[in-house]
Design a binder for this molecule. Structure first.
Ligand code: GDP
Ligand code: MG
Length: 673
């Protein structure tokens, strides 16, 4: 052998290429077979693959100890895996190391200590790491010495048997769908045996191994090519042909970095469909299963991964979502209407779904779809509180708007209640519907039909109450008019006692009612009164008219006024002559006869005033007004009670007597002169 160059020197010259700034590597599975909990941090922070999605590749290298695996990887990927020093000859750390290639989205796993047979130790770890690598990697680089080719019973073949077995276990049912590339790198190629021969020998050995495997049920006839593609290459001796070694490795590097290279290794069919942001979950989940010696079922692992990651993604999306919508709470709870609530909710929900889709859509389709639906439901539920709150506030505002409009419009001259009410109601409903439509989101089961019906009812109730009020006002106005109408004619009629007195009162009453009815009919139209309502109002008008009439009569016949009226009447008869001039009594005059006549005539007026005679002079029929619980027509005819009549008569007589005495005295006084 030529003088062996100092390995450290070689490695440092490699570092001297300006590649000293290696990306950090991670001891993914350590000597204790413990899976690192730092993979996620390495992927996202140290290797910058957080948003890579499917846009990255994963390869692993296998082979006997000290076959230059790490040396090769460091050249191919510019990584920093441990290389066993030629001088120290100490074994590198066992386990699986992972690093990212420089300036390429490739993760590479350096599997150390897979060669348990050779070292006569941990075959268990060999199987476990094979299983793990096959489950996760797209490309398996199998590194071997040229002189190992054809050693069918050699350590490498044992390793490959293990790889095939675990592959069948994992992908048996995925026959022909998902493949793994086995890339054989034959080291220290002397050159006397061409690559074609070497690869033929290897392929033949692999087929033999394949045939010797016991296949799962139903897969007895499956072929090795259903699951694997093969690639073979050679490298010269690193120490004997250092320059050719470096140039060949550089060529080989192209197969891993240049997608346009016809031998590019990372073909889409090798992808294990694990997004970069989920790799740590997937890989650790698989390692857990392997460690627990459970059957590794990749579809289940994919689903578990999808569930876990979709939940994680949804949670982070929801944190932002909650933050975005929390501003709606205060204004809506305090009764306000949030402008553009609909478009804002739509935007926020859309953004949440978009963010979710971006990361989650890469995962197991069914799980993703289910989680997306769950997320939509949850988002809708959270938004629905605001939707309902705003609906309630729109409802309230519509009601108050309706009341305000109604009040204002009714104040205007010529306002017709039913028209005003219908318009105000239409406006309020339109306002509500417009606002409700604006906040109605698609893909929800929200609706505002019930709320609309409720609003219509509320407005109808308000309208009814308002109508009653307005009707009441109208009745008051009618009564006021009738009262005015009645006043003068009744006063006049009662000042002229005699046979036609009550007839004139009745006539005055009828005229007032007639005028009232005309007005009622006119106003009734604006309220859309029904025939029955109109009839009730008419009855009411007649009764109220009559009540007003009797009240006016009562007013005119209170004690003092009655005595005054009757006394006037008496004085008229007694103190004035036929031509209406004041009498001056002479000694010979008969005072007694005119006194008696005037007094008796006046006294006889008391019963006339005491009871209304409701005879209609125009028809000679008796007037009648229907009685109610608190109005009795017959009762209303009685104006002055028996006892009051007695008293009036007594008072009248006394005053008349005084007049008589006065008259007598005036005669005596004249004689005495
Ligand atoms: P690993 O255990 O397979 O990862 O091997 P290492 O990369 O640590 O290398 C083990 C030893 O083999 C080191 O001393 C290397 O210098 C040496 N070595 C690396 N590549 C080659 C090669 O292509 N041929 C030979 N003969 N030795 C090599
Ligand atoms: Mg190594």
């Amino acid at each position: 052998m030529d003088p062996v160059p100092d390995i450290d020197h070689v490695e440092s010259s490699h570092s001297g290429d300006g590649l000293t700034d290696h990306l950090p590597r991670l001891h993914l599975i350590d000597e204790e077979k413990k899976f690192s909990d730092e993979l996620s941090i390495f992927i996202s922070q140290k290797w910058g693959l957080k948003d890579a999605g499917f846009n990255y590749n994963l390869a692993a290298v296998f082979g006997s100890q000290s076959t230059g695996k790490s040396t090769l990887l460091n050249r191919l990927f510019r990584t920093d895996f441990d290389v066993m020093s030629e001088n120290v000859r100490k074994q590198t750390t066992k386990g699986i190391w992972i690093s990212k290639g420089q300036d390429m989205k490739v993760l590479i796993m350096d599997v150390e200590g897979t060669d348990g047979r050779e070292r006569g130790e941990d075959q268990d770890f060999e199987r476990k790491s094979a299983l793990f690598s096959v489950a996760t990697s797209e490309v398996l680089i199998v590194n071997m010495w040229e002189h190992q080719v054809g050693l069918y019973n050699g350590a490498n073949m044992g390793l490959l048997k293990t790889v095939f077995e675990v592959n069948l276990q994992l992908f048996g049912s995925h026959r022909g769908k998902e493949k793994t590339l086995l890339f054989f790198v034959i080291r220290d190629h002397v050159g006397s045996t061409p690559l074609a021969n070497l690869s033929n020998t290897l392929r033949a050995d692999l087929d033999r191994i394949w045939h010797g495997l016991s296949k799962p049920e139903g897969l007895e006839d499956c072929k090795i090519t259903d699951y694997f593609d093969f690639m073979f290459t050679t490298l010269p001796h690193k120490l004997l042909q250092p320059e050719k070694f470096e140039t060949d490795v550089e060529k080989l590097r192209h197969r891993f970095t240049d997608p346009t290279d016809p031998h590019f290794v990372f073909q889409p069919q090798y992808s294990k469909r694990v997004p970069a942001d989920g790799l740590h979950i997937y890989a650790s989940g698989i390692w857990d299963q392997i460690m627990a010696n459970k059957d590794l079922d990749l579809p289940t692992q994919q689903e578990l991964l999808a569930q876990f990651r979709c939940d994680e993604i949804a949670n982070s999306v929801f944190a932002a979502f909650r933050e975005s919508i929390k501003g709606f709470r205060q204004p809506i709870e305090s009764g306000g209407i949030v402008e553009d609530l609909g478009s804002k909710m739509k935007e926020i929900r859309g953004l949440a779904l978009k963010t979710f889709d971006k990361d989650a859509s890469r995962y197991h389709a069914e799980v993703y779809k289910r989680k997306r639906a769950e997320m939509l439901t949850k988002a809708n539920t959270m938004l629905e509180a605001y939707y309902l709150g705003q609906l309630k506030n729109l409802h309230k505002k519509a009601v108050s708007q309706f009341s305000t409009t109604l009040q204002q419009q009714l104040k205007l001259d010529g306002a017709e209640f039913s028209k005003v009410a219908i318009k105000a109601k239409e406006d309020a409903i339109a306002f509500f519907t417009k606002g409700a439509k604006q906040i109605q989101l698609e893909e929800t089961d929200w609706g505002f039909e019930e709320e609309t019906v409720q609003l219509e009812q509320d407005l109808q109730e308000l309208a009814t109450v308002q109508r009653e009020k307005e009707l009441g006002k109208m009745v008051v106005a009618l009564e006021k008019q009738m009262k005015k109408e009645l006043e003068e004619p009744i006063t006049l009629a009662l000042d002229r006692p005699g046979p036609g007195m009550w007839g004139r009162v009745v006539t005055a009453y009828q005229q007032a009612v007639q005028k009232g009815e005309a007005m009622l009919e006119k106003r009734a139209r604006t309220f859309d009164l029904t025939e029955q309502e109109l009839e009730e109002q008419r009855e009411n008008l007649k009764r109220q008219g009559w009540v007003l009439t009797t009240m006016k009569i009562q007013e005119e016949t209170v004690d003092g006024l009655m005595v005054y009226k009757l006394l006037n009447r008496f004085e008229e008869k007694f103190q004035r002559d036929e031509s209406g001039l004041p009498r001056v009594w002479k000694p010979d005059d008969d005072i007694d006869t005119p006194f008696r006549k005037a007094r008796d005539e006046t006294v006889s007026l008391v019963p006339l005033y005491s009871k209304i005679n409701p005879l209609d002079p125009s028809t000679d029929e008796l007037l009648s007004v229907e009685s109610t619980d608190d109005f009795d027509f017959d009762q209303s005819l009685h104006i002055i009670s028996e006892s009051r009549q007695q008293e009036l008569v007594t008072q009248l007589r006394r005053k008349a007597d005084a007049s008589y005495v006065e008259a007598k005295r005036s005669v005596v006084a004249t004689q005495a002169k």
